[in-house]
Design a protein around this ligand. Sequence first.
Ligand SMILES: Nc1ncnc2c1ncn2[C@@H]1O[C@H](COP(=O)(O)OP(=O)(O)OP(=O)(O)O)[C@@H](O)[C@H]1O
Ligand SMILES: [Mg+2]
Length: 502
Amino acid sequence: MKVGIDMGTGANGAPAMIDLEELLATRLLVQGNSGSGKSHLLRRLLEQSAPWVQQCVIDPEGDFVTLSDKFGHVVVDAARSETELTRIAGRIRQHRVSVVLNLEGLETDQQMRAAAAFLGGMFDADRDHWYPVLMVVDEAQLFAPAAAGEVAEDARRLSLAAMTNLMCRGRKRGLAGVIATQRLAKLAKNVAAEASNFLMGRTFLDIDMARAADLLGMDRRQAEQFRDLQRGCFVALGPAISRRPVAVTIGPVETSARSISPKLLPLPETPPKDAAELIFAAEPEETRPPPRKRAEPPPTPTADIMAQLVRAAETNAANSSAPAEIDEAGRTAMLDRIIGEIVADPEAGFRTNSVLYQDFLVRCRIHRVPGTPLTLSAFRRRLAVARSGVDDEMASGETWRQALALSESLTEDIQGVFLAVARAAIAGEPCPSDARLATIYGTHSPSRARRLLTYFEERGLLVVRKDLRGGRVVNFPDLGCETAPGDPNAPDDILEPRDAAE
Ligand SMILES: Nc1ncnc2c1ncn2[C@@H]1O[C@H](COP(=O)(O)OP(=O)(O)OP(=O)(O)O)[C@@H](O)[C@H]1O
Ligand SMILES: [Mg+2]
């Protein structure tokens, strides 16, 4: 079936058409600087093709959620576990529902992980459900960056792999990638190269222009024309559009973007005195005390550390004239006591391991621990065990040794969380809440802690399930034990007394 999608006006005022079936087979790349009209173009394409094909929009700004009113797209809020997103994506393919994956409000690496999980679910759908889907990804350079950047490396790898799958191997599975980017030079080359159709909008930077010229098979001089394009005007090329580069002016859209370009408006004529009052006047609710927030704890003042040092030095001097010989067991006990002191400080949860390590070294000097100091890595390891709250009796058991062995496969920064849940399971205690796990992980974000559980589950280390009352139970197949049901949303009770005292 041949379906033409009307994108606006082409040369000589004739309608600029995209052959939808050809587009599904040959994919599309849109590039243009911020404000050149890419999102508007994608919206036009989505609106015009909505009656003909299932659509899925990966939307970092939450711009496309407005498609739901007029065209019935279901908005999938991405603030969920990766397992859930993958499952939802599978159902979307099964039931052929058009959706917008709204990633607004998530941190960049969370956006990448969520998009990767979702795209993975779309890609891995059952062969019976490989119906054609237009997969539109706005700001594609976020999900398929050309170079390693500020984001976590594993998030970058996951999302780049998902985008590569979409563009390189998606066609056979019915997935037709339509991707838009502000900066072609920032988009991974292999992802860009898989599109055979291009719509190039206004482009200022030479490096982007050069990449665009390469993709379109133009010489650099011809590509200069991209600099002068008006907003909403694109040079189009590809089997689904035209065999020769043509200028296209994108037509109007029926739904509106949530974010619009700022327009100049006359300033209000407010005398300066009133303006100051308007700004500084208190809101009625401000007269009440603000809701208590858990503030970032201040660092331990240097004076306090010095005082501790002096006190300890005095005690030591009083107790012994020469440092006593200490055996290995004695030294281990001292180290355990010191690490125990550090973990007992409620503020320690929010300190980085390297800050805690400095504190640890100071305390070792205070207590005159003999022998070579622990390395940072050995310290982290003991800290993870101490944070899990394991007692001596459990620590000497075989199951705990197995739990420790399992935790070895994880990076040191997340071992503590794993061991804390394992400890609860071995003791048959309720599964710790997200808030508790967040504190152990050293973050204020319970959703991050929740994602860690999903990560452990994906690695086959544990299985998370809900009991009939909705309590969370974590089972450790290798350890043969599971936690009692726990409320994932319970506050971090270990911090509560301190908060209450504030
Ligand atoms: N063809 C067009 N006709 C009318 N208005 C347009 C057209 N293209 C873009 N606009 C308007 O220009 C503004 C910027 O467009 P848009 O948001 O699509 O830019 P963008 O390229 O996606 O920018 P960014 O990369 O910053 O997201 C919007 O307010 C949009 O409504
Ligand atoms: Mg945009």
